[in-house]
Write a protein that binds this ligand. Structure first.
Ligand code: C2G
Length: 134
């Protein structure tokens, strides 16, 4: 069985998230998703996600092409997570291009193009400004 692993915050869930998970799933038979913890996000961006980690995990778990979900507590533990889940392929969006090449001895690393014109940050800005995004 070929296992695919991917990571993300998946805050304010949107179609760009669906697209990457759907495409990641096609690289194997089983998709494992590491959802970044609230603390990891705070350490990285000095703000907590809009949705709690429990809700973000619940959303990702409910998707039909996702087989398993766990909480990603640290970016530095990538290799440990990959080994623990015996993943054959790591898939990430190309905003991370090159950043995880250091795990290439453990598994194949694929960066997929991001879905254009949508991001959690942009959604937050649109909602905050009260303007319609069409
Ligand atoms: N993504 C995408 N298209 C978008 C927005 C996001 O393909 N328009 C992808 C990202 O490239 C990423 C995944 O969706 O692969 C999750 O994105 P984020 O929630 O922004 O995750 P991030 O905070 O970048 O991940 O180990 C990585 C960490 O978990 C953080």
């Amino acid at each position: 069985m070929k296992k695919v692993i991917t990571f993300g915050t998946f805050d304010v869930f949107h179609v760009g998230h669906i697209n990457i998970l759907e495409r990641a799933a096609r690289y194997g038979d089983y998709l494992v998703v590491g959802v970044s913890s609230d603390q990891l996000n705070f350490n990285k961006k000095q703000r907590y996600p809009v949705y709690s980690q429990e809700d973000r995990v619940k959303i990702i778990q409910s998707l039909k092409f996702v087989d398993e979900v766990f909480l990603e507590e640290s970016l530095e533990l990538k290799l440990e997570y990959i080994k623990h889940h015996q993943a054959n392929v790591l898939v990430m969006g190309d905003d991370w291009a090159g950043k995880f090449d250091w795990v290439k001895d453990a598994c194949e690393v694929i960066y997929l193009p991001r879905t254009p014109s949508i991001s959690t940050t942009e959604i937050i800005e649109v909602v905050r400004s009260g303007k319609k995004n069409v």
